[in-house]
Design a protein around this ligand. Structure first.
Ligand code: GDP
Length: 528
């Protein structure tokens, strides 16, 4: 690949390498077009020659027998982070699994990015999953750039979409481009920054880079109507120029909005060009004590995802580390802050487009995959040996959304059963919840995505030799309780079951949203 030369280049200071890096994730509801857009990024960056590959791989993925599941895990590993070079910038796109493989990893990944690209389906606007992912971004004030996709089809009115962004997310939308043409007859976008119209010509299913033609607005037939629309935008306070306040954007209060169609390659180049300009480069991160760790300080990073390969022939376990400061060099000795143990980095890997290859060095904003690091868990901070060891903030545990009752399928494998569950729970595959009254027999498993149960079953059997028997559980909602007092208050309430997670913290489970709302009311909390 063409970036070999760059990677072999002499080491510079970490801070010197950072300005060209953009580490981000795409947040969207399933089917909004994340995969298609990712593929178009590969196309426009020259990493692939024709589009269509991601799509077909995904169709294969839908078949779900065991072989497929294993393969799928293989695919998720190779796509945990995509490295792309575009116009002199290094883009690190972190994967946020979205369909059946949606899991806690999807949320955790958002702790390792510097910005997010929010993709909306123009006909659907803000959807439930978008909202949840957005909330995780908001918590950390991650800057968000919005792409309204599928403009080639009938869509909601652009103003209605802006209104949804503002009212559902509390984010001020600033349209940088504006769609031209009627619903279903999309002809291009006006770039409001310089008043030009970018006209698009359809290529065969958007397989190749789209051909675009840029013309001044004054030369456009339908200019008058357009100008009126644009004037209206200014009037409602959505000006592209003076209203675009970079500070508010970086604080996560304002989002620049782009329109287009990933499938038809409409507006993709404009999005990408603007994205590399707008999205922030990695900035120094604060540790848990609030101290800023400069980019040039010795190596530090944290594990945001751990993935165990289910293929018994390659039982490697990869810990994905986001580099926060300093220079990573393959073979260097790192120390895990939590355990004090030295971590070998001889088998570090980085991922470029589709290839998994050995990484020699990495800088803040990059992601390094450390292979066969049994002792590393999500949230662990790593330091260069000898450097100060102050951890980065904890990645929070997310509340499970799916539940199942778990039994040991082989009474002779008691030890393996609990060891396996302990390991899966540490990795965050499933959360193991205990009821005081279960006599230590039938724990409840909680997961953020339902596929995690299949992963747990498979790994328990093949990796720990303890078959897991799952049966359905009645709960559909969970609430993390903040104190024992809250647990006590809810313990006698109908429709509520109090359980404890691996660290003994209480959660309340409900069979219905109704009971959750009742509980929130009883605790004097809003929402539900
Ligand atoms: P993901 O679930 O967000 O990754 O969505 P995909 O990229 O897999 O897209 C879901 C479906 O929407 C697929 O059938 C795509 O071909 C289709 N799609 C994606 N982008 C566009 C677009 O711009 N226009 C139209 N008409 N369809 C699109």
């Amino acid at each position: 690949m063409s970036n070999n030369g760059q990677r072999a280049a002499v080491a510079g200071s970490a801070a010197g390498r950072v300005p060209g890096r953009r580490t981000f994730a795409i947040i969207s509801h399933p089917d909004a077009g994340k995969t298609t857009l990712t593929e178009k990024f590969l196309l426009y960056s020259g990493a692939i020659k024709t589009a269509g590959a991601v799509k077909s791989r995904k169709q294969e993925r839908v078949r779900s027998d065991w072989m497929e599941l294993e393969r799928q895990r293989g695919i998720s590993i190779t796509s945990a982070v995509l490295g792309l070079d575009y116009r002199g910038r290094r883009l690190n796109l972190l994967d946020t699994p979205g369909h059946a493989d949606f899991s806690e990893d999807t949320y955790r990944t958002l702790y390792a990015v510097d910005s997010a690209l929010m993709v909306l389906d123009a006909a659907r606007g803000i959807e439930s999953r978008t909202l949840k992912l957005f909330e995780v971004c908001r918590e950390q004030s991650i800057p968000i750039i919005t792409f309204v996709n599928k403009l080639d089809r009938p869509a909601l009115e652009p103003l209605e979409l802006l209104d949804q962004i503002e009212s559902s997310l509390g984010l001020k939308p600033v349209p940088v481009t504006w769609p031209v043409g009627d619903a279903g007859d999309f002809r291009g976008v006006v770039d409001r920054r310089d008043g030009t119209l970018v006209r698009y010509n359809r290529t065969a299913h958007g397989a190749a880079v789209g051909s675009e033609e840029t013309v001044p607005l004054s030369e456009v037939g339908e200019a008058e109507e357009l100008l009126e629309e644009l004037a209206l935008l200014e009037a409602v306070g959505s000006g592209a120029g003076e209203d675009f306040d970079r500070e508010s954007f970086l604080a996560g209060d304002l989002t620049p909005v782009f329109f287009g169609s990933a499938l038809a390659n409409f507006g993709v180049r404009l999005l990408l060009d603007s994205f590399v300009e707008l999205a922030p480069a990695p900035v120094p991160r604060r540790d848990a004590a609030g101290r800023i760790r400069d980019l040039d300080e010795p190596f530090s990073g944290f594990v945001f995802k751990v993935q165990a390969n289910m293929d018994p022939k390659h039982r490697d376990r990869i810990a994905f580390v986001r580099v926060c400061s300093g220079r990573f060099e393959r073979g260097m000795r790192l120390v895990c802050e939590r355990t004090g143990r030295v971590v070998a980095t001889r088998h570090a890997q980085q991922l470029f487009a589709d290839d998994r290859e050995t990484v020699e060095e990495a800088y803040p904003g990059d992601v390094v995959g450390l292979v066969n690091t049994q002792g590393l868990n999500v949230g662990d901070t790593l330091f260069a040996e000898g450097a100060t060891a102050s951890p980065f903030p904890r990645i929070p545990d997310f509340v499970p959304e799916h539940f199942a009752l778990a039994r040991n399928g082989d009474s002779g494998k008691h030890k393996q059963f609990w060891k396996g569950l302990g390991q899966l729970s540490e990795e965050g595959v499933v959360t193991v919840l205990r009821r005081p009254e279960d006599g230590g027999q039938e724990p409840i498993l909680g997961a953020v995505g339902p596929l995690q149960f299949q992963v747990a079953e498979h790994r328990m059997e093949h990796e720990f030799g303890a078959p897991l028997r799952l049966r359905s559980a009645p709960w559909t909602e969970a609430l993390r309780l903040t104190s024992e007092k809250e647990a006590l208050r809810l313990s006698e309430v109908r429709g509520t079951r109090i359980v404890r997670d691996g660290r003994g913290r209480p959660l309340a489970l409900f069979e219905d949203r109704y009971w959750l709302r009742q509980a929130l009311e009883k605790l004097g909390k809003e929402g539900g």
